[in-house]
Ligand binder design. Structure first.
Ligand SMILES: [Ca+2]
Length: 222
């Protein structure tokens, strides 16, 4: 619980950070406190509505209550895209307000890397846990994901850009966040795990405009 006495010296522009550390291999957002408002607001969004997408990220936490990792809301649908962990050993992936559940091993405080992809034409959802593809499921065939989005890491939106619930907030470390407007292969999932994607994302660590809101920090290891 260090640094609680003074306001954090963040946010500072990512461009400045990249100038300071030319060989960035790894960034992590640290959510040190349970709060009802601390989050990262992603400042990039798709240029047009999505028929396909993939989201990947890595998290490290000892939470056992529900928490939200990736919340993509539109004005019409607050759960337009949502990666949510309702309890240990289970992930929920929402598209357009409907969800599928993926059961995963219950780890004892281990870092978990996940990717989730969705394709409108088939409705097929792909899910990878620590680089391993899980059995595919189906969701929202024919749906289109809206592009005018508020994208929030670490809080769950029940309204566009807000409506957070402290009991669904994330604490811990969040890293390797990527979103593509396309599907992904298992080898590309592995590339994302190691922060070396070969396909240009809508946003990802080397192209990741963001704003830190309230009480959390970004740490950079060069
Ligand atoms: Ca919601």
């Amino acid at each position: 619980m260090g640094g609680t006495g003074t306001p954090p010296a963040w946010p500072f522009p990512l461009a400045a950070a990249e100038k300071l550390t030319a060989q960035i291999q790894y960034h992590v957002f640290v959510y040190p406190h349970e709060t009802k408002n601390s989050h990262v607001l992603v400042r990039a969004k798709p240029e047009q509505p999505l028929q396909n997408f993939t989201v990947c990220l890595q998290s490290y936490t000892d939470l056992t209550r529900p928490y939200s990792l990736f919340s993509y809301a539109t004005k019409a649908q607050d759960n337009e895209i949502l990666l949510f962990k309702p309890k240990p050993g289970e992930y929920r992936f929402y598209v357009g307000g409907k969800f599928v559940t993926f059961r995963v091993p219950q780890s004892i405080v281990a870092s978990e890397h996940i990717c989730a992809s969705w394709e409108s034409a088939t409705g097929i959802v792909g899910f990878w846990f620590n680089g391993k593809p899980w059995p595919r499921k189906g969701l929202q065939r024919g749906y289109t994901v809206g592009a005018e989005a508020a994208i929030v890491l670490g809080q769950e939106q029940d309204a566009f850009g807000g409506g957070f619930d402290i009991q669904q907030s994330f604490t811990g470390d969040l890293s390797a966040v990527y979103m593509w407007g396309m599907g992904i292969s298992t080898s590309e999932v592995m590339e994302a795990m190691y922060n070396r994607p070969s396909k240009a994302p809508i946003f990802g660590w080397r192209n990741f405009p963001y704003k830190i809101v309230a009480w959390l920090r970004e740490l950079i290891w060069a």
